[in-house]
Design a protein. Structure first.
Length: 151
């Protein structure tokens, strides 16, 4: 079941109540820069990633979402951290997100223009407008060089 279908199914069961969701992202680095995606839903930038599908591990989610949103095959090399203290007031969701540091193994960059409108490589000093506080913290942690965060 696709992640958006799962979220819609849960919404149909619980209505507008709060919802906790599993999610994962891939911080794909290259030469001191990280690959970000410009989201179709809000026009702001974020880390490639999304919601878990039933039966997936967090790592599998991160790798699948990277492929779907960027066209790249990636390998998770390390866990940057787990991020669970962030809430979306407008959607009443709390994503518990595993952030993986990944490297490109294959594939060519592309945008699907369904989830992503643009792709770009950014360094710590030239980040565009990031769409969520959770992703802002992940990027700050990534560029710090430290690992093992839980927030």
């Amino acid at each position: 079941m696709k992640h958006m279908e799962y979220a819609k199914k849960m919404r149909s069961l619980i209505g507008e109540g709060e919802l906790i969701l599993g999610a994962a992202v891939s911080l794909i680095g290259d030469g001191g820069k990280v690959l970000l995606v410009k989201r179709c839903d809000c026009g702001k930038w974020g880390i490639p990633g999304g919601l878990m599908e039933y039966g997936e591990t967090l790592e599998q989610t991160a790798l699948r979402e990277a492929r779907e949103e960027t066209g790249l095959e990636v390998k998770a090399e390390a866990l940057l951290g787990i991020y669970s203290g962030y809430f979306s007031r407008w959607s009443k969701t709390q994503p518990i997100t595993a952030a993986f540091i990944a490297r490109r193994t294959d594939g060519e960059l592309f945008c699907d223009h369904i989830e992503t409108d643009e792709l770009g490589w950014f360094g710590a000093d030239d980040l565009p407008e990031i769409y969520s506080e959770q992703h802002k913290q992940m990027l700050a942690d990534y560029f710090s060089g430290e690992r093992g965060f839980y927030r």
